[in-house]
Ligand binder design. Structure first.
Ligand code: SF4
Length: 212
């Protein structure tokens, strides 16, 4: 574990150099907007989500606005993000829960967030880290892949990976580390064709499939 922590610190240091700001690229100005944008970002680029939410956030200003949207209308408004029927259903249900159980305000604890319809730990950790300043590791598809390649976990299950990474990194760095790992996964350690030749971790990366 000691060596693993040293390795995690090295990885975190290189990520920091690559992505000093570590901003998430979704546009939002309230926790509700971030929640909606995060739901829309599944299987969609953040750039596309930002295009859609520009108009969406002007039209729907509160949880009841989403919850009461007429059948088909929200679907049309978010259609270009893909999987729009499932996403509209998730947004409506979750907004209804927020309106009924939390007075229209997005709650700020893991327990309350994951009790909302359609909100799992990944989305909850995005909301907690970005909107409430509560550290958490966001385990998306990039973090699953990159943390495995870098030998920071032997697990495939997102919840177990979250635990493994939490054990390796200081709590204050959890959110920023996972944001940077997602950027690293998108830009360099891609699912297909990782750009290993430009990777600062190349020499020590233990992944057998790295491009030499
Ligand atoms: Fe990913 Fe390649 Fe870097 Fe290893 S060397 S972390 S596989 S980009």
């Amino acid at each position: 574990m000691k060596d693993q922590k040293k390795w995690a610190a090295k990885v975190a240091g290189e990520f920091r150099k690559l992505y000093p700001k570590a901003d998430i690229s979704l546009d939002y100005s309230t926790p509700l907007e971030l929640l909606v944008a995060t739901i829309l970002s599944a299987q969609c680029t953040d750039a596309r989500v930002n295009l859609v939410t520009k108009a969406l956030f002007k039209k729907y200003r509160s949880a009841p606005d989403y919850a009461a949207s007429p059948a088909g209308e929200l679907e049309e408004d978010i259609r270009s993000t893909g999987f729009y029927q499932n996403k509209a259903k998730a947004i409506r249900q979750c907004a209804a829960d927020i309106a009924e159980k939390h007075g229209g305000k997005v709650p700020g604890t893991m327990e309350e967030l994951t009790a909302l319809s359609g909100v799992g730990r990944k989305t909850a950790n995005v909301i907690l880290g970005q909107a409430f300043g509560v550290p958490g590791i966001v385990v998306d598809t990039h973090v699953v892949r990159v943390s495995g390649r870098l030998g920071m976990t032997a697990n495939k299950n997102p919840e177990k990976i979250e635990q493994d990474l939490m054990a390796l990194l200081p709590k204050k760095d959890w959110s920023v580390f996972s944001t940077r790992m997602i950027l690293f996964g998108r830009n360099l350690c891609k699912a297909r064709g990782p750009i290993c030749g430009q990777c600062p971790l190349f020499d020590e990366c233990p992944w057998e499939g790295k491009a030499t």
